[in-house]
Design a protein around this ligand. Structure first.
Ligand code: SF4
Ligand code: SF4
Length: 547
């Protein structure tokens, strides 16, 4: 056993919250030791190939893996941060001594402050045969595919329609795996509607008010029996159906990893809205034990953007306490971060978090405006099926057909209030309504819109399209976002589908914008018969067209 080493700040966990916390403190002169049990930094960011929603300040529109590169780059350049990889925190004791296992050696540290950013673990689900090989957690599927390049199966049934279930389903499709269906026990989709809509366009059924009864198979998964649930969550007899699949992926929620906090006797309480047992903490992320802070999923399950801001608040709070720089300046930055977090949580999708935080006695919402807490449109059909209603669509289309005569115009098929604004920020012509609140629904000003198509590639929800109705006497052109391989060739004939993934017609690829600017979300112009300009929202490249 080595001697005890004094530290100024120990950050436990090298995911988005831990990295942000380390940087925030180190930028104000604090000497930070960042311990990560794996041999690489990044936590969940390493698997996140999709673009982030949220605010511009917190990398909205950037892919998780690219955010990670930026954060690691900043950490590596910062002389105040020492990174301890393959370092597992084994225990924290009453005198705040921490033991860390590294390279088969146990080391003891005595940090002045600690920020726990230990993240969360996946929840499991009880059903018959749930121990058959071929039943995965969504995180495991992402790790296999996105970290190790291994396909988990050929045909997956996804259980759970929260953002993780929807994102992993999309990534499975991108990897060439079929998604048989997404099964959701609740009467509505749990994740953002834009994620659900892009899966529906790709032909994936989303079955709300359904659950899995049992897995089928002898040696491994060969299928699953699912059934409908009534409004009291009871099984509806006679609704069982067999879904063929060779893997079942569970995405039924996360629970904060509070074990180390409990060992240190930090006060915790059960808050279902935050995912399970969470530490009591103040608005500066300090727990019931002085100088012991938390950030990210360990303090309550939320999106990665919120985790990064919480990390900043915790890191800045430590910097303020240790006080090597102007406390006023740090305080100002803490307030900015708190306001940003509050804005993120201020819409309808933040309701659950706000309720959970209020159970912790946190008076969240001093800037919170009641009118942003409800959906602006009736999106019940959309949230049940992933497909917008006629009314939803009417709300986003020009009120007069003649507007289409001016040339190509953008249509935003984004109907839900959630924190996101890259469409607004990317439009050089200010043609998308400036959001007073980041949770507002974007509207296109058809007078200003030039149909340039920039927003098609910049929208993380793949919800922006450009329609040129009168491209020719008989044809229209729709510019659609495309994130699959192989890319189509100019002049190629492709199959065109509607919002439910139903085949509509053949279309001709007339232009592909797929450079650095589009950052892997190509904007593809497809010429189609004019009668389909309001329905055509997806296309597939025919196998065999690519030699
Ligand atoms: S198509 Fe171009 S001008 Fe129109 S909203 Fe999108 S970015 Fe703005
Ligand atoms: S349309 Fe705008 S607000 Fe909606 S997902 Fe796209 S970028 Fe975000």
């Amino acid at each position: 056993m080595s001697k005890i080493q004094n530290l100024e700040l120990l950050v436990v966990g090298g995911g988005p919250a831990g990295l942000s916390a380390a940087l925030a403190a180190a930028n104000y002169g604090i000497k930070v030791s960042l311990s990560e049990e794996r041999e690489f930094l990044g936590g969940q960011l390493i698997k996140q190939t999709h673009r982030f929603f949220g605010s511009e300040k917190e990398y909205a529109g950037t892919r998780g893996i690219d955010i990670l590169k930026k954060l690691i780059d900043e950490v590596n350049k910062n002389n105040n941060i020492e990174v301890l990889l393959s370092s597992r925190v084994l225990g924290i004791y009453e005198d705040n001594i921490v033991t860390i296992l590294n390279d088969h050696k146990m080391k003891k540290y005595y940090p002045q402050s600690i920020i726990f950013a230990t993240g969360a673990s996946e929840k499991f689900l009880a059903f018959e045969n749930n121990d058959l090989p071929g039943i995965f957690g969504a995180g495991a599927v992402q790790t296999l595919m996105n970290v190790y390049g291994v396909l988990p199966a050929t045909n997956v049934l996804m259980i759970g329609s929260g953002n993780i279930g929807l994102i992993v389903s999309y990534q499975l499709l991108q990897a060439g795996v079929k998604v048989a269906a997404i099964v959701e026990a609740a009467p509505k989709i749990g994740g953002y509607s834009v994620h659900a809509s892009k899966l529906r366009r790709l032909g994936v059924p989303i079955l709300t008010s359904h659950t899995i009864k049992k897995a089928i198979g002898k040696e491994k998964v060969e299928g699953a029996v699912i059934c409908e649930l009534d409004s009291n969550w009871n099984e509806v007899k006679g609704t069982e159906q067999l879904i063929k699949c060779d893997a079942i992926c569970l995405s039924v929620g996360l629970t904060p990893l509070v074990d180390l906090l409990k060992q240190r006797k930090v006060k915790t309480t059960y808050v279902s809205e935050l995912g399970g047992y969470v530490p009591l903490r103040d608005e500066n992320m300090e727990t019931s034990i002085k100088n012991l802070f938390v950030a990210g999923d360990v303090s309550g399950i939320e999106e990665a953007t919120a985790a990064m801001i919480e990390g900043q608040i915790a890191g800045l709070s430590v910097a303020k306490r240790i006080g090597k720089n102007s406390k006023d300046e740090i305080e100002e930055r803490i307030e900015e971060a708190k306001n940003e977090l509050e804005l993120l949580r201020s819409g309808p999708v933040g309701k659950k978090i706000r309720k959970g935080l209020s159970k912790l006695g946190l008076n969240h919402g001093k800037n919170y405006n009641e009118k942003f807490s409800e959906e602006a449109l009736d999106i019940s059909h959309l949230m049940k099926t992933g497909v917008p209603s006629e009314e939803n669509l009417k709300n986003k289309l020009p009120s007069e057909e003649k507007v289409f005569d001016k040339g190509p115009i953008a249509i935003s098929e984004c109907f839900q209030r959630f924190p996101c604004d890259p469409c607004v920020k990317s439009c050089l012509f200010n043609a998308i309504s400036e959001n007073a609140n980041i949770n507002n629904i974007p509207y296109v000003d058809f007078e200003k819109c030039t149909g340039c198509g920039i927003c098609v590639s910049k929208c993380p929800g793949l919800a922006m399209f450009v329609i040129h109705k009168n491209f020719s006497e008989t044809t229209s052109v729709v510019i659609m976002p495309y994130e699959f391989l192989p890319r189509p060739h100019k002049g190629e004939i492709v199959k065109v589908f509607d919002r439910e993934g139903k085949y509509l017609c053949d279309g001709k690829v007339i232009r592909i914008l797929d450079g650095k600017f589009q950052d892997k979300t190509a904007a593809v112009s497809i010429e189609i018969p004019k009668e389909y300009y309001l329905q055509a929202r997806n296309f597939k490249v025919e196998e065999g067209n690519h030699g």
